[in-house]
Design a binder for this molecule. Sequence first.
Ligand SMILES: [Zn+2]
Length: 243
Amino acid sequence: MHAQIEVLASLQTVDREIKEQAGLKQSLLDELQAKERELQAKQKEVDTLAVAAAEKEKLRAEKDRVFQDEGKKATDKRMRMNRIKNAKELQALQREIDMMRQANGELEEELIKIMQEIDAIKASRAAKEAEMVALQEAWQKQQQELGGQINDIDQAVAEKLSQRQSIAANVARDLISRYELIFSRRGGNAVVEIAGGICQGCFMNIPPQMGNEIIRSEKIHNCPSCQRIVYVKPVPLDEAKSA
Ligand SMILES: [Zn+2]
């Protein structure tokens, strides 16, 4: 087997481990991000309820002011009644006062309804806030756990990278670039074996003549179908018999 390819194959083993770790790290980060989005959504729900409560409070204050004003006007009118002697005028004023009383009664009912609505909004806001606190605690705990796992991954990758560097030092630069290009295009599978005349990367036949050449020559060969770097594993004697 070509020495360079042997080195490339071991480089690929390390690169696959790095790739796997990177994927693992990404999935942990994705998990964290999903939790963060969940938190943000919950915060938005709380904010929306806070806005709704504030609007209702404003409405309550307006209605309350009208209620107080009307109450004062009714009191004034009642006081005026004491000074009026004319029966017709008195009757008219009494009618006015009755109408005002009715209007104020309706206003009072409205006020009660608004206050009940405010209570309901506040209750659901408190519930959402409690949910958020629980979510936040879970998130923080998970963040710590995942942070530890991510640290471990980073450390493992750093080790693998230095391992990679010492392996890569034994391969010609242009071959490394060729290998890296294929590695990224072929999903981390750049160096493959030919077994039974078939490329183990794309499972297409390798022309027999090319297969012989691969065994004999010191040149780097690429699969004519998938362009992966191909090699033939030397077959041990006892396996050669059963094959
Ligand atoms: Zn192939």
